[in-house]
Design a protein. Structure first.
Length: 118
């Protein structure tokens, strides 16, 4: 199983980026796909998740209204559209996959760095 995250970069405050997470190695139809982030010196935190089969989504309060998670079944890819970026959004962003009955995420991709300048 491989989760390949990409799309990070440097952007000014108020700008936007779209992160991608390409999933391979198995079928993720019944999985939950999540995005997490970790800023320097801080703990990893939940950002957003999507149920692959139903499309149901959930967001951290800090990103609601600014970030949108989505998936493309044909490409086996999950996206995180990030708008109105703030300096406090600066972090490594990780995608992850969780089996339906699992209490924790089972697979993790490598991080992609998002830097938001003020």
């Amino acid at each position: 199983v491989q989760l390949q995250a990409s799309g990070g970069g440097l952007v000014q405050a108020g700008g936007y980026l779209r992160l991608s997470c390409a999933a391979s190695g198995r079928t993720f139809t019944n999985f939950y796909m999540g995005w997490f982030r970790q800023a320097p010196g801080k703990e990893r935190e939940f950002v957003a998740r999507i149920a692959w089969n139903t499309g149901n989504v959930d967001y951290a309060d800090s990103v609601k209204g600014r970030f949108t998670i989505s998936r493309d079944n044909a490409k086996n890819t999950v996206y995180l559209q990030m708008n109105s970026l703030k300096p406090e959004d600066t972090a490594f962003y990780y995608c992850a996959a969780r089996r339906p009955m699992s209490s924790s995420y089972n697979y993790w991709g490598q991080g992609t760095l998002v830097t938001v300048s003020s």
